[in-house]
Design a protein around this ligand. Structure first.
Ligand SMILES: *Cc1c(COP(=O)(O)O)cnc(C)c1O
Length: 451
């Protein structure tokens, strides 16, 4: 048998194939050439030559033209999965982004006066109304919003914070680093497990720029622990005339204690405690696009809005459109629960989840021997770390593959399906799957069986 590498076809000859010509009529020429050349290069190194060039080139072109950022099906049951883009948006937020994105907009234009308007005004009144604050400001993300406030209040000055709150959130977000990058001097008080109001009181001095209280996302402290109520710290700050900031982490705008979820502060409560500014993410429990919302006092927020860093951390029109539309849903809490996907997923009850799991199991190829088991979903994103969200999981037998191999194939499918693995079973949690995704999930599993 002759070595196929010795008689490699010329690029020109491949291009003359009518099927390839047909492909060139609707795919970028440069991409087609690129696929052919790179296949030739691998063949010269001993790689295989395609038996069906047109099919090979078509597949190569499709792979190369697929966007890098694309939708994924999340079957992990982790609602706020930071790696998977945190909050899925409500339909009204998506259409607001679409309509603002496809044309010009009032981003910095006041239609009444015909003069320049303020980007910072969009959604500001709504956010202030929903949280009971004097005013609101939106930055690129919560980390950025915090950096901005610390720069405004405490550059070169001391920021008092409890040792129990010098936390890492993940994704290299550490409170001490944020403080350092703002030029603020860390003034730690208390101990890891216990901090008292008197610790704050004693630390206040002429160099104090601000008191910072950080909500402990991601973990719960149990045992011999003590922290003053955030409201007492805010009041202490007020009585000394010192600015105070509360980093709430997740932007929970409505009370969800009826779901047994009580460990996250509702933003309006935090505002009521008396902090000058409360900071939170737009894409965690609030359920909107990535943003860093600040709500609080007029004087402070107006200073912050004029700081040079506010320009560096400003949000774009798509974010503002999506955020404003998401916030609008909160005018009626029941509407928010029904339409903001994060809240909708949080609210799914056990009966609903069981029905969804049954439908899913019924659609999945029998060879996986789908089985229903009870389990737990997670809120994720550092919010409600101790929450128990009972769910019904669809458990699959990956044989003849190992669970890891099946998960890998599912991940590499189109759309990618991200699953959980436990004891060599692949688990699907219906909580985070869209209602209409059953047949897509079934097809993804069918495709993963094919060699
Ligand atoms: C998530 C979180 C942040 C960071 O928010 P981003 O919007 O991702 O920048 C800051 N502080 C706390 C307490 C958080 O939970």
């Amino acid at each position: 048998m002759s070595d196929p590498r010795r008689n490699l076809p010329s690029v020109d000859r491949i291009l003359q194939d009518p099927a390839i010509q047909d492909l060139i009529s609707h795919a970028p020429y440069a991409l087609v050439i690129d696929v052919i050349r790179s296949t030739m290069a691998t063949a010269r190194e001993g790689g295989p030559l395609p038996t069906d060039w047109p099919a090979h080139v078509r597949e190569g072109v499709a792979r190369r033209s697929a966007p890098s950022l694309r939708p994924v099906l999340n079957a992990t049951g982790v609602i706020l999965h930071t790696n998977l883009g945190r909050a899925p948006l409500a339909p009204s937020a998506v259409s607001a982004i679409e309509s603002v994105g496809q044309g010009y907009s009032t981003l910095e234009y006041d239609v009444v006066s015909g003069q320049r308007g303020s980007r910072l005004s969009h959604g500001s009144d709504l956010l202030a109304n929903l949280t009971g604050a004097e005013t609101a400001l939106t930055m690129n993300n919560a980390a950025g919003a915090l950096v901005l406030l610390l720069n405004v209040l405490a550059s070169g000055r001391e920021v008092i914070i409890s040792r129990g709150e010098l936390i890492e959130i993940g994704g290299a977000f550490r409170i001490p680093d944020i403080l350092a990058s703002s030029g603020a001097i860390l003034k730690e008080v208390g101990t890891t497990n216990r901090t008292h109001l008197s610790d704050y009181d004693e630390a206040i001095g002429p160099d104090t720029g601000a008191i910072l209280v950080v909500h402990r996302s991601n973990f719960e402290q149990k045992g011999f622990v003590a922290t003053p109520k955030p409201a007492s710290i805010a009041q202490l700050a007020v009585s000394h005339g010192i600015p105070s900031i509360y980093d709430a982490g997740s932007g929970l705008l409505i009370d969800v204690s009826d779901l047994g979820l009580t460990s996250e502060p509702v933003i309006s409560s935090a505002v009521g405690w008396g902090f000058d500014a409360v900071v939170f993410s737009g894409d965690k429990l609030l359920g909107g696009p990535q943003a860093g919302c600040i709500v609080g006092r007029n004087a402070l927020l107006s200073r912050a809005g004029k700081h040079p860093l506010a320009r560096a951390l400003r949000v774009d029109k798509l974010t503002l459109a999506g955020l404003e539309a998401t916030l609008a849903l909160y005018r009626d809490p029941a509407t928010a629960r029904a339409t903001v996907p994060v809240l909708r997923m949080l609210c799914k009850n056990e009966a609903e989840l069981k029905t969804e799991a049954e439908a899913l199991a019924g659609a999945i190829p029998r060879s996986f021997q789908p089985d229903l088991v009870s389990g737990q979903s997670a809120v994720g994103g550092g919010a409600f770390p101790d929450a128990t969200l009972p769910t019904t999981l669809v458990s699959l037998d990956p044989a003849p593959l190992l669970a890891e191999r099946l998960a890998e194939r599912l991940r590499q499918g189109e759309p990618p399906l991200v699953v959980r693995i436990s004891e060599n079973r692949v688990l699907l949690d219906p909580r985070t799957l869209p209602a209409d995704s059953t047949s897509i999930v079934a097809r993804a599993l069918q495709a993963a069986l094919e060699p």
